[in-house]
Every structure is written in C-alpha cells, then in structure tokens.
Design a protein around this ligand. Sequence first.
Ligand SMILES: [Zn+2]
Length: 104
Amino acid sequence: MPNGQWAGSNRAKRLPPNWTSEMVPETFEVYGDICHVCGLPGANEVDHVNPGDDHSLANRRPIHGKGTPQNCHQIKSSSEGGRAAQAKRPKRARPPEPHPGLRR
Ligand SMILES: [Zn+2]
C-alpha cells in the first residue's frame, strides 16, 4: 500500500488506529479491487462513500488512488472540495449592464 499519502493533512489523525492494519484489508476482502467510481478493477485505496467520519464497512469502497492511471480518488476528493467552495462563493452582486452601444 502507498504510504504517507495524507502527509500534510490532518486526515490521517481522524482515521481510526486500525484503519491501515484492519479496515483497508477488510474492504478489499469484501469488495475486491473494483473501483466504486469507475467500475474497473485495479483499485488500490479505500474511499469513504459519504465523506466524513463514518468508517463502517458499508461506507467504505475500493477506489483508484495514487499510482493508478484512473486516479479516481483524487478526482472525487477534489470535486467534493470544489462543491464546498462553490457553495460559499457569493453570487454576482450587480446585474449585467446593457451594452453602451445599444440604440435607445
Ligand atoms: Zn476508478
């Protein structure tokens, strides 16, 4: 398994202590290596279906991570971040002005 992938983030601290030793292997045992995002084999990381701190088996699925051509994990995680950022962004304050060259 790749290691140090959460370096620089506080994500690793929020994962249970048996995440790597038990929960990750158990996920691959139950679900195989089929990526739950694209449906192709070769998944090498475990993803939370619903992002957050629900680490139950039902919320864990294999996913293509670092080192795979698909890299579905990165794409999914960055779109989750993107949606959150977009929700915080204010809407346009001013309505669009009419073109100054328009005849009245
Ligand atoms: Zn995938």
